[in-house]
Design a protein around this ligand. Structure first.
Ligand code: FMN
Length: 209
């Protein structure tokens, strides 16, 4: 199974080679993998910033425990969840479904009302944490797509989201930087690539009932 081989090949890259860049074609493939991510109700309650600009990444590095991946990678993906509950997200989704699948709007509206009703039961903090969770599914797709293309990546939570929100003016847009991933090519000097993976045994990880 190629997926398992890819998952064994990939690792959280600590040191990128700053001289190597992802091709435009591969960048589009990575974006498409993110676009195809699963999400709760299909709402995709996030926006993904893809940052190449070195000046901006220098600023972000300071808000990322100075981790070198932020500036040395080819591109920095920032997964931002929407922070404000809005019926617009659901209405947009219903409109898009009607257009793409040619389904009747009145029937879809019933489904839309069901989503609205079910989401109205979440508190604001539950809603925010739920929308944040969706970004991790997109992150996972990115990591798997990278591995298939033999592109390196590092999933990261080691950054100050408040500072990211400020630098990138995300708050004004109702967004919050939830999780990030620098993406590019490993440096030959990155010693972590030679380390064995540490994972729980299947006995510990699974329980068959
Ligand atoms: C949500 C998340 C946040 C992480 N944050 C960081 C980080 O800030 N810096 C870093 O170097 N690695 C980070 N990692 C990488 C993990 O430490 C790494 O994935 C884990 O140890 C497994 O190793 P592997 O990815 O090399 O197989 C993060 C991973 C995940 C999934």
């Amino acid at each position: 199974m190629r997926l398992l081989e890819n998952l064994k090949w990939r690792y959280a890259t600590k040191k990128f080679d700053p001289s190597k860049n992802i091709s435009d074609k591969d960048l589009e493939r990575l974006k498409e993998a993110i676009q195809l991510s699963v999400s709760s109700y299909g709402l995709q309650l996030y926006k993904v910033l893809v940052i190449e600009n070195k000046k901006i990444r220098k600023l972000l590095k300071k808000a990322s425990w100075n981790q070198s991946q932020i500036t040395d990678a080819s591109h920095l993906f920032i997964f931002c969840n929407y922070t404000k509950r809005s019926e617009r997200h659901i209405d947009d989704y219903i409109q898009a479904t009607a257009k793409i699948q040619g389904a009747p709007l009145d029937k879809l509206s019933v489904y839309g009302d069901f989503i609205k009703e079910s989401l109205s039961q979440k508190t604001d903090s539950e809603w925010t944490s739920w929308s944040e969770k969706q970004t991790y599914l997109a992150l996972s797709n990115l990591l798997m797509a990278c591995a298939e293309l033999k592109i390196d990546a590092c999933p990261m939570e080691g950054f100050e989201s408040d500072k990211y929100n400020e630098i990138l003016e995300l708050k004004e847009k109702g967004l919050n930087a939830a999780v990030i991933a620098p993406v590019g090519f490993r440096s030959e000097e990155d010693y972590t690539q030679f380390r064995e993976k540490v994972r729980k045994s299947k006995e510990l990880l699974f329980q068959s009932l």
